[in-house]
Design a protein. Structure first.
Length: 79
């Protein structure tokens, strides 16, 4: 997934060609575009750090622990 960049606090970033300003919530940077790459290099755009909730949602859920009873139940009849 592409990293998201937002304007540094207190900075308005106009976009060329009559496009809307860079969104305050951020969007992905096209590093092939010299203008956007320069905004990152000069510090006008900063990387948005993923929130703890988003990181937890992306991580796979741990497998539930098996109880002693469940372990015994699964071994009955096994040879």
């Amino acid at each position: 997934m592409a990293e998201t960049y937002r304007p540094r606090s207190g900075v308005r970033i106009p976009m060329p060609g009559g496009q809307a300003d860079w969104p305050a919530g951020g969007r992905a940077v096209n590093f092939a575009n010299p203008y956007e790459a320069r905004l990152v290099a000069e510090g006008s755009l900063v990387k948005v750090e993923p929130e703890a909730n988003e990181a937890a949602d992306a991580a796979p859920a741990p497998e539930p622990a098996r109880t002693e009873t469940a372990k015994k139940r699964n071994t009955r009849g096994a040879k």
